[in-house]
Write a protein that binds this ligand. Structure first.
Ligand code: ZN
Length: 249
């Protein structure tokens, strides 16, 4: 099913969650049973991934009063030419903290290393325990079919945690530099980010070391293209991992 969502529309939802005045009175299931602030995790492999891939959606959630937590799998240790891992990590942690001030998200840094992320029993456990502890309603992370190994591994770790935690939160994948990094990404959900586009870009630009103008040679057209698909000027797209267990006909 295709869902087109945007905070600009009356009664709009973002990834199925009512925004605006209704936000505080609705649970994730669309009932009034919850009457609580929802928690959304955005889990990216590197500093700048959550902001570039779902920064607008994060801003919409924080503006609606929901809690957003930005989880960075690594500190981007390999991401600045000419800097040691320690130097790059120190710079990128500060850039991420600045970006989170713009999006209104809390931040968590995990212990993996940029360019050398691992999938093993210990790493599965680490991700599962973090998500279990945070107990989110929604998680957004990398679509695992991605040519960047760290992105693919991040998506796989989160997908495993979702399954092991009995699929108790909604899992949405986001795209990163589609075509060159994310592959075969076919959205199920679109989010209109027109109203928060400037704020998203401000958050992205906090990652000064990452030459955001080059990253936006991809993400700029992606925002416009996803917007064209859902009849607005700028959008982010997501693929939901279906909650439904497969059944035989
Ligand atoms: Zn990345």
């Amino acid at each position: 099913m295709i869902k087109m969502t945007g905070a600009a529309a009356v009664g709009a939802t973002v990834l199925g969650i009512p925004m605006g005045a209704e936000a505080q009175n609705n649970s994730i299931n669309g009932t009034n049973a919850g009457k609580r602030r929802l928690k959304v995790l955005a889990i990216g492999a590197h500093p700048d991934d959550p902001e570039t891939c779902c920064g607008g959606t994060m801003c919409l959630f924080t503006e609606a009063g929901h809690e957003v937590v930005c989880v960075y799998l690594t500190r981007g240790e390999a991401g600045i030419a000419g800097k040691s891992h320690a130097e790059a990590a120190a710079i990128r942690v500060v850039e991420s903290e600045n970006a989170c001030k713009v999006t209104g998200a809390r931040h968590i840094f995990m212990s993996q290393v940029d360019g050398n992320t691992e999938v093993n029993l210990e790493r599965y456990k680490e991700m599962r325990e973090l998500i279990d502890r945070e107990n989110p309603d929604i998680v957004m992370t990398h679509w695992p079919l991605d040519e960047h190994r760290d992105h693919a591994i991040c998506g796989i770790l989160v997908m495993d945690a979702w399954r092991r935690l009995d699929r108790r939160f909604k899992l949405f994948y986001f795209e990163a530099m589609s075509g060159t990094q994310s592959q075969m990404f076919h959205p199920t959900h679109w989010v209109n980010i027109e109203s928060v586009l400037e704020r998203k870009h401000e958050a992205c630009n906090c990652h000064v070391s990452q030459h955001m103008d080059e990253i936006y040679e991809w993400h700029g057209p992606m925002e416009k293209f996803r917007g064209l698909e859902c009849r607005c000027n700028a959008a982010e797209a997501f693929m939901q991992h279906s909650d439904a267990l497969p059944t035989l006909p």
